[in-house]
Ligand binder design. Structure first.
Ligand SMILES: Nc1nc2c(ncn2[C@@H]2O[C@H](COP(=O)(O)OP(=O)(O)O)[C@@H](O)[C@H]2O)c(=O)[nH]1
Ligand SMILES: [Mg+2]
Length: 461
């Protein structure tokens, strides 16, 4: 599919830099180059896949805008699969805008977010999972997340899914052969050997879907909220984990009004820590708004550090908070271990959900027990089963949902084969599994979903 219009954008980030790149893609790219670019050696042709030195000249005024290096990539050997012009300018925002304006005047239109990558996808240069990986590579937060994203970009996940897809197609062919056979011979059931092929497929797809939690955490980090009533030491703990005085610590309850979010790297895991306002009956509108934010943050958290003051008995506010966060993975943290302890640990155990971690005792103020707490946080991250699995994780909810849908289809197909249902019905279920799987590569993905995916990209990518 080739688009008629030509798009252009500044591909480097805003601000001052050593170089700035303007990217142009579409059928007018070559003509735009001929109009604006003056090579330093006049006889030079705009040869494809060469770096050529020269100047960008505004055609109307003859003014030289910049000394540049351009490359022209003839379709289809380019990122988008279209004729592509790349202009390497000096990295000044004003200059880049001036050059971009000339490019637009010469026949391009401004690119939308992610439109270069979208064209690459629509022109079959990469599949949708790879296109998403482009964004993951750019926004990776940890080395593990980056390695997994690069592997996805290189097609590791797509290959795996393609292999599984091939097996499902075989299965479907076997069942469909039975349909033809049934029509001729009057037999109404699918062959038994197909049944044996289903379970390994269900297992493989389920394992891939199960890698989502790990993959997502590698991609966007572990979201952890520090919650507790006022003055238990939440802000002190945030500062301690960050190793800097980020949040204000005072002995006045209700000091933290807004929430504070900061990222720390815990052995290669990006942890997004959120310090929140203390939970208690609010004494002002500001405090009330702050507490409302806590509930919002808690809903999106991977886990909560429930902070308790070891030097005082548990209160109604502690109990209320525990009650409200029962469904979130919870690490109870008993702070102020340097003081005389009055918190009844046995009574606390009864209050906590049965699957809560055992309490970690710390002193945020004096830095005691912090390693134990860090170990407890690390334990939240699911293990990678095999060495190569890190490269084969699913990191997008969309992929996980599609895999689960495919599994459901195959489970129904398995039941159908087992119950000796007519092969037509079994084939229908297998086809549904196939369709679900095809959403990952983008074969059957609706336009609205594509738009949503590419809208997350930056302009120029
Ligand atoms: N003795 C002792 N005091 C602490 C400890 N952690 C925090 N505090 C004190 O408790 C008060 C409240 O701390 P802060 O971090 O602001 O609590 P927050 O309201 O939960 O954010 C401050 O006076 C801190 O110095 C601790 O481990 N031991
Ligand atoms: Mg605070």
């Amino acid at each position: 599919m080739l688009f008629r219009d030509t798009i252009a954008a500044i591909a480097t980030p805003p601000g001052v830099g050593g170089v700035g790149l303007i990217r142009v893609s579409g059928s007018a790219a070559e003509e735009i180059a001929c109009r604006l670019f003056r090579p330093s050696r006049p006889a030079t042709r705009l040869a494809s896949h060469r770096l050529i030195h020269g100047e960008i000249v505004a055609p109307e005024t003859g003014q030289v805008l910049d000394e540049v290096l351009v490359s022209f990539l003839k379709a289809p050997r380019s990122y988008t699969g279209e004729d592509t012009l790349e202009i390497n300018c000096h990295g000044g925002p004003l200059l880049l805008r001036a050059v971009l304006e000339e490019v637009l005047r010469a026949g391009a239109r401004p690119a939308d977010r992610g439109e270069f990558t979208k064209r690459a996808f629509l022109n079959d240069r990469l599949d949708l999972a790879q296109a998403e990986a482009v964004h993951d590579v750019i926004t990776a937060q940890t080395r593990e997340g980056l390695a997994a994203a690069v592997a996805r970009l290189k097609g590791r996940l797509s290959e795996r899914i393609d292999t599984l897809r091939g097996h499902i197609v075989d299965l479907l062919a076997g069942v469909e052969a039975a349909i033809d056979f049934a029509a001729e011979e009057g037999v109404v059931e699918a062959p038994a050997e197909e049944l044996e092929k289903v379970q390994p497929l269900i297992d493989a797809l389920s394992a891939l879907a199960a890698s989502y939690r790990r993959g997502r955490i590698a991609r966007e980090g572990l979201g952890i909220v520090i919650a507790g009533r006022p003055n238990v030491g939440k802000s002190s703990l945030l500062n301690r984990l960050l190793g800097e005085k980020r949040a204000i610590v005072t002995d006045i309850p209700g000091t933290t009004r807004d929430f504070i979010e900061e990222a720390v790297d815990l052995d290669g895991i990006a942890v997004r820590l959120t310090d929140t306002a203390g939970i208690r009956p609010p004494e002002s509108a500001v405090e009330k708004a702050g507490i409302a934010l806590v509930w919002e943050r808690l809903e999106r958290a991977d886990a909560v550090l429930l902070l308790l003051d070891g030097s005082l008995p548990a209160t109604a506010a502690d109990r209320e908070l525990i009650e409200k966060i029962r469904n979130i993975p919870l690490i109870p943290v008993i702070n102020k271990s340097d003081l005389v302890q009055q918190l009844d640990a046995a009574a606390l155990k009864d209050l906590l959900p049965s699957d809560a971690f055992s309490p970690v005792r710390i002193s945020a103020k004096y830095g005691k027990g912090i390693e134990d707490l860090q170990a407890a946080i690390r334990a939240l991250v699911p293990e990678i089963p095999a060495a190569e699995a890190a490269e084969l994780t699913v990191a997008h909810l969309r992929h996980k949902v599609a895999l689960e849908k495919a599994v459901e289809g195959l489970v129904r197909a398995r039941e159908g084969l087992r119950d000796r249902l007519p092969p037509e019905l079994v084939a229908l279920e297998i086809r549904e599994a196939l369709d679900a799987l095809d959403e990952i590569a983008g074969r059957t993905t609706p336009e609205a979903v594509l738009d949503r995916i590419f809208a997350q990209f930056c302009i120029g990518k």
